[in-house]
Write a protein that binds this ligand. Sequence first.
Ligand code: BDR
Ligand code: CA
Length: 314
Amino acid sequence: MKKIFIDCDTGVDDSMAILFALLRPDIEVVGITTSAGNVSAKQGAENTLRILKLAGAEGRVPVCIGAERPIIGECAEFPEFIHGKNGIGNVELPPADQKPEDMDACDFLYQTACRHEGELTLITLGRMTNIALSLRKYPDLYKKINSVVSMGGAIYAPGNISPVAEANIGGDPEAADLVVQAPWNLTMVGLDVTLKTILRKADLDQAAAGCREEYRKILAFLQQEMKWYMRGARMQNWMRDCCPLHDPLAMIAAVDPSIMSIQKRITRIECKGEYCRGMVVTDLREHPITGRYVGHCMEVDAARALNTLFAVFQ
Ligand code: BDR
Ligand code: CA
């Protein structure tokens, strides 16, 4: 059983990634923290609790509200045109009875990591603010975690919030730069692979038509929220009735890294500049800048990734 801790900003694709993890029989989700990104951290936690209820997992996974702003500055506007006003494509899920944990998200992450020392895979699907703040507060956090898989960054692909920055990294570059400098086993699943893994409405409809009876409500929710998200992908990427698979692909990579080809490169995050703030900088020179090796997913077997995603519903 793979034990995972998720840090996210529960929008549309985060919710799909969380549902995938909850439905996989070989994954145990031991905790979830949220940060501002697609929506506020508070709204992200609310969405997460409702999704747990939808998956029949209410009360089984503690959820904690984290950072409402990046390390420097304030939150700019939320990307409503991609994730909707409420973050889950404006779909109204029934409220849950479970409440968020009444504690600091850094303490929650650290205590959970200590309880499962050496066993946890930390999956980050949003800005890295909570992780960076946790590393500041608990410098030995990296020792407690087995590995980290993060949706974020772009090496050769263009950015999605600037010419070079991907949203999770560009939304809090200072946090990401702290996280890439921690001496842990970190793999980044960035736009180089997520933009090549295209989820089509037709595939989702087919999965819904052939899904297990007990998952009908989940598929109906995914179909509904994806309507809004695919509208956003049309505006952002000129895509028609399809979208890139961001956060679920990171979850899939955590389960089966053989779906990706991964290059380890010395990595830092650009924290300055008008055009390059939030860029993932990797140094291939013989005498590189000071930094640690981070794994970057460069190629993906997209068909296999999509099969892995849809298999959980059959
Ligand atoms: C990332 O940004 C957010 O909008 C998505 O949830 C995903 O984590 C893609 O750049
Ligand atoms: Ca996300």
